[in-house]
Design a protein around this ligand. Structure first.
Ligand code: DOR
Ligand code: ZN
Length: 438
């Protein structure tokens, strides 16, 4: 990865896709002193962007950066560097750190470290309950004032009805989304993969999909009563998608995200018994994958995320049943989204760009920045025709826990620009030794 400070730079001849102003055309993008400009000054650095997509900076609104506390898995430095390499100019990070992100001090620490790393914007998501234990609500106001963009106990769901009801009320008062990890442990406990034909064949204890769906049902009901923004984290079943579809049709302030892996892999992948096919929620059967794709296409699901969840090789190396759930995703996300939604003929790059830009930024109320003259540059560059092989050893993340190692993918992020900071992941030569038509 190459990082440089550029005072004046022009991306020449790229396809500018900007969902903020419904723009899709071949054009030059000029950036002077970190701001989008109309005219190129003398001595401008020119980058040949022919064949590239130039889009507003991508945001992954669901990642685990593990800091503070679990720096053997990841740090804010390595995680945000991985994000930039994966084409993201911003990430929102989950609070299941040690200590948990449930106090203003920890939120401030994450913001300060994110700025110091300076690879991408780092937006902290605060816990809903103290230590994510599901009992005592955090101080919503203080955490929001400290810079939390949303609230979530991700990793676990908030099970207690009265606690969740109170959380809705507090979230409404401060005007922040509640992001729910939808899982009733009492229904899923002991399960290590999706409960179904494959879990039975493997003899693995199954995790009942109703544990996800029942919590969404309860929460939509609370949302209807209290009327505060509710966001479903990593939606994964057909019924869950249908619940959100109905809630939206009713006009409720409900949004949802889907992980790249839930758009591509089915529970059949668990037959490998690789711990890198274990995550929460688990991989689901084909019909659920199809429903998630359909939900994205019809707008039921708003955006795509990674749930980037790095674990050490040692932690993952204990076999499927005992391994911690989660896989890394930042450095494969854009290519996998293209594989699931473009290579299949379901969608085009315009839609993919929207799922990673306007959609998550609207949900979190974070920077709203299209490619317009006078605005600070915040760009993601993609070579949609580059072919490449995933090699986990080249990841900038500390995590190597991916089920996609060795996969041949088409479409690759080539860089990001934030203000004057240009990060280029690949040289053009490297990009273009093989091309396919898309
Ligand atoms: O697979 C997962 N890993 N799901 C979660 O909800 C938590 C995450 C983690 O933190 O490792
Ligand atoms: Zn997560």
């Amino acid at each position: 990865m190459h990082i440089s400070q550029e005072q004046a730079i022009m991306f020449q001849g790229g396809r500018v896709i900007d969902p903020y102003c419904d723009r899709d055309e071949v054009a030059d993008v000029i950036v002077v002193d970190g701001t989008i400009a109309a005219k190129a000054p003398a001595n401008i650095k020119i980058i040949n962007a022919t064949g590239w997509i130039i889009a507003p900076g991508f945001l992954d609104m669901h990642v685990h950066l593990r800091e503070p506390g679990q720096t053997d898995k990841e740090t804010i430095e390595t995680g945000s560097q991985a994000a930039a390499a994966g084409g993201f100019t911003a990430v929102a990070c989950m609070p299941n750190t040690q200590p948990c992100m449930d106090t203003p001090d920890v939120i401030t620490q994450v913001i300060v470290q994110g700025r110091a790393a300076n690879h991408c914007a780092v937006y902290p998501i605060a816990a809903i309950t103290e230590n994510r234990a599901g009992r005592v609500l955090v101080d919503f106001r203080a955490l929001k004032d400290a810079g939390a963009v949303a609230f979530s106990d991700d990793g676990v769901g908030v099970e207690d009805d009265s606690v969740m009801r109170a959380a809705f009320e507090r979230a409404r008062q401060v005007g922040a989304p509640l992001i729910q990890h939808c899982e009733y442990k009492k229904m899923s406990d002991g399960g290590i993969m999706h409960l179904g034909k494959v879990s039975q064949q493997l003899g693995f204890p199954g995790l009942d999909p109703r544990s996800e769906e029942a919590m969404i049902e309860r929460d939509i009901d609370l949302c209807r009563q209290i009327g505060s923004h509710y966001h479903v984290a990593h939606i994964s079943t057909a019924k869950a998608v249908e619940l959100v579809r109905k809630a939206k049709a009713e006009g409720l302030p409900v949004t949802a995200e889907v992980c790249t892996h839930h758009l591509i892999l089915t529970d059949e992948a668990c037959k490998s018994a690789s711990p890198n096919t274990k995550m929460h929620p688990p991989l689901r059967p084909k019909a659920d994958v199809a429903a998630c794709r359909e939900g994205l296409l019809d707008g039921t699901i708003d955006c795509v995320v990674t749930d980037h969840a790095p674990h050490t090789e040692k932690e993952k190396g204990v076999g499927f049943p005992k391994a911690p759930p989660g896989i890394v995703g930042l450095e494969t996300a854009i290519s996998l989204a293209a594989r699931a939604m473009i290579d299949t003929g379901l969608a085009d790059w315009k839609k993919v760009v929207r799922w990673f830009t306007t959609a998550p930024n609207e949900i979190l109320g974070t920077v709203d920045r299209g490619i317009e003259v006078g605005k600070t540059a915040n760009l993601t560059m993609i070579d949609p025709q580059a072919t490449w092989k995933v090699d986990k050893h080249t990841f900038l993340s500390k995590g190597r826990n991916t089920p996609f190692d060795g996969w041949d993918l088409v479409g690759k992020p080539v860089g990001t620009l934030r203000g004057v900071q240009l990060t280029l992941s690949l040289t053009r030569q490297g990009n273009h030794n093989k091309t396919v038509t898309r």
